[in-house]
Design a protein around this ligand. Structure first.
Ligand code: NOJ
Length: 559
């Protein structure tokens, strides 16, 4: 295990990393979309929140067909977000206040607006320009059938056909996501060179790390073979599996011809050499949904990447058994490679935490409790902007939606826009202080009491606001960073563990108040923080602790 009691770890091993979705964070130029100067203007907020680093979703040049994950120039800034000098200032200003900066890198695909793709369209089949992507002739007499039957993860086919210069239908290219996101061919040396240049470009600018988009997708096998159940596979990959038998799902996910192929690791071994050649502890985190989850550890072997997102909590239920199993499994898995675990409760691709926990007051209660549990676990935690405000998914009309998932599934899947609505900063100004213009997605009028300002003004004698709860726990967790983890209790309703010899953490996932006995050494203790209102803590003391319904409590041993 990487944890050695009391021994200082590298900065990222126990870091709280805050995900900024720049488009929805803070707009300063009044165009209705957030920008990099906006992020700079809120660095003090992030510092006060107690996070150690920020991860910025893409701000690179992009036609913005998939929220900037369709990159047309990875070494420049999209004018919607500012310019290169803003990016450099952001890195410098963040460093000045002690925040590290992680940027996104999107190696699975380029936008079809990238010069490489345009050159490919202008070139012949078989040319070196086309060899950077996956171009193939279609099947059937006139080539009208795609090269294989794979489906796009966003819905519809994974292939689109180009039109040749003579106006005739031509070859097909692969896109696992939107048709504007052409998959790159990682058997091509130029692709390797280009991404290495991009890594160095941003490392030279001073970034502390990279979040690697679709890290498990770069290598494709059996690219000209039909899959036995392409629709089933896509549903399994999108977790749309409520009516799919478990065995079918397992069998589909255990061998995906375009994800988690063994060849991908060679790429990361090369990248690791680049990271290590720079001063400071530069890091990388893989976004890779792999199956079975034990395969995640392959990405964080000592000569590969530093972290991989652990998505167990992103789909977790508020259930003691479920959570304890997820924690135990994760800790065991990472122990094998000496990598620290990570914990993710929400991101820009998933429903917001409060909504996933059922919404309303009960959803909020559970969200607060699971957040406090997560912040007490060993390893790194990722916080998606707005999670600290307890924002739910925003209701949107279909006319507002922009996610390609919505369009490609013909509205069957509403997409991810609900979690991407701009942040409410204050209550008085127009648009909650997000923009002086028209926000790119409407902010619900009833978010007034959820704004940063409103939460800061709340009388917190009895109940901490979401924001205050996050602030406090993100600060307090530093007390036991690098401390050992030991289980204290794993029952149907209660999960409890200690961090070092001084701290104990208990979650009660039931709707009833419960009581637990603390370890003997905790005869005398104090409650550090509780996700439930103070008054519900009841009579705790003399070695026993009252656990309010749906709550997490941290205690500290006295003496
Ligand atoms: C994962 C990103 O988080 C998501 O937003 C994006 O749509 C896909 N990768 C494709 O780049």
């Amino acid at each position: 295990m990487y944890l050695k009691n009391g021994q200082a770890s590298l900065w990222w091993q126990e870091a709280a990393i805050y995900q900024i979705y720049p488009r929805s964070f803070q707009d300063l130029n009044g165009d209705g979309e957030g920008d990099l100067p906006g992020v700079i203007s809120r660095l003090s907020y992030l510092k006060e929140l107690g996070v150690d680093a920020i991860w910025l979703s893409p701000f690179y040049t992009s036609p913005n067909k998939d929220g900037g994950y369709d990159v047309s120039n990875p070494r420049d800034v999209d004018p919607r977000f500012g310019d290169m000098s803003d990016a450099v200032s952001l890195i410098e200003e963040a460093h000045k206040v002690g925040l590290r900066v992680i940027v996104d890198i999107v190696p699975n695909h380029f936008s079809t607006e990238h010069i490489w793709f345009k050159a490919a369209l202008d070139s012949e089949p078989g040319s070196k320009e086309r060899a950077r992507f996956h171009f193939f002739d279609g099947r059937g007499e006139d080539g009208a059938i795609p090269p294989n039957n794979w489906c796009s993860i966003f819905g519809g086919p994974a292939w689109s056909r180009v039109t040749d210069s003579d106006g005739q239908p031509g070859q097909w290219y692969l896109h696992l996501f939107d048709s504007t996101q052409a998959d790159l061919n990682w058997t091509n040396e130029e692709v390797h060179k280009d991404f290495e240049e991009t890594l160095r470009f941003w490392l030279d600018k001073g970034v502390d790390g990279f979040r690697i988009d679709v890290a498990h997708g770069l290598v494709k096998d059996e690219i000209l073979q039909d899959h036995r159940d392409p629709e089933g596979l896509t549903r399994a990959l999108r977790l749309d599996v409520s009516d799919m038998p478990r065995e079918q799902r397992e069998s589909l996910l255990s061998d995906v011809p375009f994800f988690d192929r063994d060849g991908v690791h060679e790429i990361y071994r090369n990248w690791r050499k680049i990271f290590d050649s720079y001063p400071g502890d530069r890091m990388s985190v893989a976004e890779a949904w792999v199956h079975p989850s034990s395969r995640a550890t392959l990405y964080v072997r000592p000569d590969e990447l530093h972290q991989i997102f652990n998505f167990d909590f992103l789909i977790a239920e508020w259930d003691a058994k479920f959570l304890a199993n997820a924690v135990e499994k994760t800790l065991q898995e990472v122990a094998a490679v000496s990598a620290p675990p990570t914990w993710v409760l929400s991101n820009h691709d998933s429903p917001r935490l409060v909504s996933r926990m059922g919404g309303g007051e009960l959803g909020e209660k559970k969200a607060r409790a699971i957040a406090l549990l997560t912040h007490a676990l060993p390893g790194g935690v990722y916080v998606f902007q707005g999670e600290e405000l307890g924002l739910p998914d925003a209701p949107l009309s279909d006319a507002d939606r922009q996610d390609p998932v919505f369009f490609r599934t013909k509205g069957v899947d509403k997409g991810r826009d609900g979690a991407r609505v701009p942040l409410p900063w204050n209550s008085e100004q127009n648009n909650f202080g997000f923009t002086s213009g028209k926000p790119w997605l409407p902010i619900p009028a009833n978010w007034i009491d959820k704004s940063v300002e409103a939460q800061k003004m709340l009388n917190e004698e009895n109940r901490l606001s979401f924001l205050r709860l996050y602030q406090k726990s993100l600060q307090l967790r530093k007390l036991f960073a690098d401390s050992n983890f030991n289980w204290l209790i794993r029952s149907n309703e209660v999960i409890g563990f200690s961090r070092g010899s001084e701290y104990a953490i208990y979650s009660n996932t039931s709707g009833e108040e419960l009581q637990v006995s603390l370890p003997e050494t905790f005869d005398s203790f104090e409650v550090m923080i509780c996700s439930a209102p103070q008054e519900q803590l009841g009579r705790s003391g003399e070695g026993t602790l009252q656990l309010p319904p749906h709550s997490t409590t941290w205690v500290k041993r006295l003496k």
